[in-house]
Design a protein around this ligand. Structure first.
Ligand SMILES: [Zn+2]
Length: 90
């Protein structure tokens, strides 16, 4: 059976999860960079910068993929918890 309106879209959930993970990694890297910069070797410092930049890029890519997906799929209009009332009203 064709299901055009999936209230809990698996792709959407995975993309938002990817975004959350990347965003948290960026957050952690920034906290490490700002908390103890003097206790770090230049190499560690450099790696953290690279880490945070990569995490930011990944979060950005995930956010873009998320937006593209919900635009194409239309699943952004079905936030979790609303699916019942939205469904029965039609
Ligand atoms: Zn979707």
């Amino acid at each position: 059976m064709p299901k055009s309106e999936s209230p809990s879209c698996e792709v959407k959930r995975r993309l938002s999860e990817q975004f959350a993970i990347a965003a948290r990694r960026f957050d952690e890297a920034v906290v490490l960079l700002t908390n103890h910069p003097s206790q770090m070797t230049p190499g560690e410092h450099e790696r953290l910068w690279t880490d945070s930049r990569q995490a930011l890029e990944r979060a950005d890519a995930a956010a873009r993929a998320y937006k593209e997906h919900v635009d194409a799929h239309g699943c952004a209009k079905l936030p979790t918890g609303y699916e019942r009332s939205a469904d029965s009203s039609r």
